[in-house]
Write a protein that binds this ligand. Structure first.
Ligand code: ADP
Ligand code: C5P
Ligand code: MG
Length: 242
């Protein structure tokens, strides 16, 4: 883990507290991140950034793009994500440099070419299905959460979300799910549950788990003298960077 430090608004220095949030598709990762951000903001001034693995899908060659439009491309394989770009962004933020997050379009399967700026912050929430698969990313996380949710609930949610928000048909969702999403979950996501510090069943509904997590973050930041000292801002309150 790097000993990188960030310059706080109050002039002190400390590495941001990085929370990795992993779980299968539609397990509730983004919802849990939003809840944590809301709760931390309610507790006092602190700067928080939310980063999603979903922003870092690699650009596809034309033949792979064609496959993607036929639901024949595996977006659930670790190679589909630019994990180095995620890691480098984390290092920049840890060292107090601003960064930028690409904006991805799920309807076209392409990055839009636009970016969202992101500033160094005290807490970084990082969410995505395969983040604990990548050793360097896993090891830079200070707290690792795994959102546990059964597969049929996740598929039902995915059908609703991907038809409403990602321009998909039910047939295409089922084809992609059975060909790639489920087998890749079993191979690349589920086995990383063993790296989690906390496994959260029922996602955002699990108030006890979320309260314990919030208390832990508070304790850690209080110990490092970084919390509730001076006013700070939430840099990016929306954890779902789609
Ligand atoms: P992920 O980021 O893991 O893909 P999201 O948090 O975006 O999952 O949730 C996926 C969908 O399921 C969203 O439409 C969200 O509103 C819904 N959802 C999440 N958690 C719950 C829950 N506990 N009960 C019902 N619906 C939920
Ligand atoms: O938000 P969620 O964790 O569900 O996002 C990850 C999912 O997005 C993956 O399961 C992957 O199949 C899907 N995806 C997609 N089309 C893309 C990129 C990712 O369906 N172009
Ligand atoms: Mg999400």
């Amino acid at each position: 883990m790097p000993s990188a430090q960030v310059q706080r608004p109050n002039g002190s220095k400390a590495k941001p507290y990085i929370i990795g949030v992993v779980g299968g598709t539609n397990s509730g990762k983004s919802s849990v991140c939003k809840k944590i951000i809301t709760e931390l903001n309610n507790l006092g001034a602190m700067s928080i950034v939310a980063i999603s693995q979903d922003s870092f899908y690699r650009d596809l060659e034309p033949e792979d793009l064609e496959l993607a439009h036929k639901s024949e491309y595996n977006f659930d394989h670790p190679k589909s994500i630019d994990d180095s770009a995620i890691y480098e962004l984390l290092i920049d933020l840890c060292e107090g440099r601003p960064g930028k997050i690409p904006i991805y379009d799920f309807k076209t399967h392409r990055s839009t070419g636009e970016f969202e700026p992101v500033q160094p912050a005290e807490v970084i929430l990082l969410e995505g299905i395969m983040l604990f698969y990548y050793k360097k990313i896993r090891e830079i996380c200070d707290m690792k959460l795994y959102i546990d949710c059964d597969a049929d609930t996740r598929l039902a949610r995915r059908v609703r979300r991907d038809t409403a928000e990602r321009g998909r048909t039910i047939d295409s969702i089922i084809k992609q799910y059975t060909s790639f999403v489920k087998p890749s979950y079993d191979e690349f996501c589920a086995p990383t549950k063993k790296y989690a510090d906390v496994i959260v069943p029922r996602g955002v509904e699990n108030e006890v788990a979320i309260n314990l997590i919030i208390c832990h973050i508070q304790d850690i930041l209080k110990q490092s003298g970084e919390i509730f000292e001076n006013g700070a801002q939430t840099v990016n309150g929306d954890s779902d960077q789609k």
